[in-house]
Design a protein around this ligand. Structure first.
Ligand code: NAD
Length: 279
């Protein structure tokens, strides 16, 4: 019979306590990023609220973090620009003395049928969604590698890639977006393999339909919403908090043995919903 090691059990219990994490959340002025930043604030974290152009949204996020008991700062940076990303991570380290978690969240859509898709639409989406996540991950990894501790048995750093169900579900009329998210899936997995021996955990969260600005043309329109719900077996559109709770857990010691995994937070959207009463 396998006996429970009391020291291990005690350390598991202690792992549920709050420890102050320093967390960079990209694209945190709205939607899922805002929800995640506030959820970390509730855990007492130091949160770097990255934004691109919506300073008011970012300031609102920071206020909510502070009201919830966390600390933070707002930081303007375009995640697709190398120098801006490097400066953001430098600022994080000088202000809070380190980094524990990166939430790679910033993302955009520029939709078009394929034959009319411009090179600019293709590049903007790939630059933000894929290259942006690469640049931020690279800076986070550089920092994690500096705090490398050979004897550490637990994670010394966490990266969570916010991808999409469209990293596995093809999406007509959104080839640039689906390609960026498919790229994120292999970026995440390959990096997880490279970093696991260094006790750096890399995971993904792939949301289904979450009510935010990116898709408000759909969930604010009753007819389109009805059509969308046909693709969601759980029969509700998700909220940023649905993603935020998973992100906080996935960046905590509670999930220390998980790396290279994607959690689909999608109300069953990836379950081939057409088969519910068909086939
Ligand atoms: P959103 O539009 O509210 O948030 C996107 C954020 O990214 C915004 O704050 C925006 O300012 C920021 N951003 C855009 N370009 C940037 C840049 N170059 N540098 C820094 N920040 C930039 O939409 P959201 O739904 O909260 O999207 C967040 C992430 O979730 C995206 O990666 C998106 O692809 C993904 N996602 C969303 C859904 C959904 O249904 N809402 C589903 C699957 C995946």
């Amino acid at each position: 019979m396998l006996l429970v090691n009391p020291e291990h059990f005690l350390s598991l219990l202690m792992s549920t306590e709050n420890t102050t994490q320093t967390v960079v959340v990209t694209g945190a002025s709205s939607g899922i990023g805002q929800g995640i930043a506030i959820a970390f604030g509730k855990k007492g974290a130091n949160v770097i609220v990255n934004y691109h152009s919506d300073e008011e949204g970012a300031t609102h996020t920071l206020k909510q973090i502070e009201q919830a008991g966390g600390k933070g700062l707002v930081y303007q940076a375009d995640v697709s620009k190398e120098e801006e990303v490097i400066s953001m991570f430098d600022k994080t380290i000088t202000t809070f003395g380190g980094l524990d978690v990166l939430i790679n969240n910033a993302g955009i859509q520029k939709d078009s049928d394929f034959s009319h898709m411009t090179l600019d639409q293709w590049r903007k989406v790939i630059d933000t969604n894929l290259t942006g996540q690469f640049l931020c991950a690279r800076e986070a990894i550089r920092h994690f590698e500096e705090k490398q501790n050979e004897s550490s048995d637990k994670s010394i750093g966490n990266i969570i890639f916010i991808s999409s169900v469209h990293d596995i579900i093809p999406w007509a009329g959104h080839v640039n977006y689906a390609s960026s998210k498919g790229g994120i899936l292999m970026l995440m997995k390959s990096l997880a393999l490279e970093m696991a021996p260094k006790k750096i955990r890399i995971n993904g969260i792939s949301p289904g339909a979450i009510a935010t600005d990116i898709n408000d043309d759909v969930w604010k329109d009753e007819e389109k919403k009805k059509e969308l719900l046909k693709l969601i077996p759980y029969k509700r559109i998700g909220q940023p908090e649905d993603i935020a709770k998973v992100a906080v857990w996935l960046a905590s010691e509670e999930s220390d043995y998980i790396t290279g995994t994607t959690i689909y937070v999608d109300g069953g959207m990836t379950l081939y919903p057409g088969f519910v009463d068909n086939g």
